[in-house]
Design a protein. Structure first.
Ligand code: HEM
Length: 181
């Protein structure tokens, strides 16, 4: 996992719970990196999972809720850093369809050896998009949060169903996104 993800997690914990909470988190988890993350560096995936799990206990927020909230926060911070990706896409669905073939392709040029998921899209009709997510990291709740962040950016309301999930034994996750009028 890239250091930038840890940097944004640190920023969110400090913003929502204060610097003491982040220090406590590092004390409890004792990450090998000692909590010093360079944006372009690569750090073990388990470290972000351990930090998020401990933060969920400390703040008494269910882990899935915390990871999804982080996804949304991550989205707005990634977009602040790389505004071109939203500027290029006029609407929510065209943006989502650009994540795999445009955004994450550019991310491979911008960051050294990023660990990225695989997405496949099927536009079922003007209101519905089916998205298949595949990743050995099984971060589907993070993907849900990133999607929520994108919906907020494009000011759309939507319903998300997650009928197939890697955490329930499937080999991939499926999201069905339906726009609300
Ligand atoms: C709704 C939009 C997006 C979705 C659903 C999405 C999905 C994801 C997911 C789920 C991951 C975690 C890795 C994994 O699951 O294997 C990830 C990683 C990442 N994404 Fe995206 N992404 C989105 C938009 C963006 C944007 C706008 C950027 C801007 C640069 C971006 C840059 C990255 C980076 C830097 C990583 C970290 C790679 C690593 O840690 O090695 N993503 N993305």
């Amino acid at each position: 996992m890239k250091g930038i993800v840890f940097n944004i997690l640190e920023q969110m914990v400090i913003e929502k719970a204060g610097l003491a909470a982040w220090d406590q988190l590092l004390q409890d988890v004792q990450p090998a990196s000692q909590g010093i993350y360079t944006a372009g560096g690569n750090y073990p995936d388990e470290e972000v999972v351990q930090l998020a799990s401990r933060a969920s206990e400390m703040l008494d927020i269910p882990l899935n809720t915390l990871v999804t909230a982080f996804g949304s926060y991550l989205f707005s911070n990634l977009v602040k850093k790389h505004p071109v990706f939203v500027e290029q896409q006029p609407d929510f669905f065209s943006f989502l369809k650009s994540v795999h073939d445009v955004i994450h392709v550019e991310v491979r040029k911008l960051y050294e050896e990023p660990s990225l998921p695989h997405f496949r899209y099927t536009q079922l009709n003007t209101q519905q998009l089916r998205l298949e997510y595949r990743s050995p990291r099984k971060l589907c709740m993070l993907a849900e949060g990133l999607i929520a962040g994108a919906a907020e950016y494009y000011a759309v309301r939507y319903q998300l169903e997650h009928p197939v999930c890697m955490h329930k034994g499937a080999d991939h996750c499926e999201f069905l996104i339906t726009l609300e009028p």
